[in-house]
Ligand binder design. Structure first.
Ligand SMILES: Cc1cc2nc3c(=O)[nH]c(=O)nc-3n(C[C@H](O)[C@H](O)[C@H](O)COP(=O)(O)OP(=O)(O)OC[C@H]3O[C@@H](n4cnc5c(N)ncnc54)[C@H](O)[C@@H]3O)c2cc1C
Length: 116
């Protein structure tokens, strides 16, 4: 395999994967190091649906009380990969979800007020 690659580099023509000649460099100077690589994706997306307040929605698009979400599990981009948008939405919608969740009346206090 290395011999094949080096031959491609010498001719500047990768007949296996059509690498750009400008990017090709022969493997000829040991020592060599290797790491295992696996195909994967930076995003799963999908998952929960949430409204602008970041309240998680049920199947009927009705907010589920007291349940908020932000980040990749309820991405506003849904199944479209928008480069660089993930961390931005974590920050923006994490803040919105956090503020709205913090504004909820704690359950104990809510129960107390209905008891009186
Ligand atoms: C290789 C790579 C490159 C990327 N590059 C970019 C980029 O350039 N720009 C960009 O915007 N985005 C990028 N992303 C995507 C971005 O990093 C993610 O979308 C983002 O970090 C998701 O944040 P999150 O808080 O939603 O989820 P996560 O960061 O996955 O956080 C979820 C957390 O929940 C924890 N958890 C899971 N299960 C439980 C449980 N049962 N109990 C308690 N905790 C639990 C996990 O340990 C984790 O800490 C990249 C992602 C990868 C993998």
């Amino acid at each position: 395999m290395v011999e094949t690659w080096n031959r491609f580099c010498a001719t500047g023509h990768d007949t296996d994967f059509q690498a750009e000649p400008d990017t090709m460099g022969a493997v000829c100077q040991p020592p060599y190091f290797a790491i295992p690589l696996y195909p994967g994706g930076p995003n799963t997306k999908g998952g929960l649906r949430a409204n602008a307040r970041r309240e998680v929605l049920d199947w009927d698009d009705t907010p589920i009380p007291r349940l908020y979400a932000a980040g990749e599990i309820c991405s506003v981009f849904q199944f479209v990969y928008q480069g660089g948008g993930n961390l931005a939405e974590c920050i923006v919608f994490g803040r919105i979800a956090g503020l709205n969740a913090a504004a909820e009346v704690p359950r104990v206090m809510a129960q107390d007020s209905t008891a009186t």
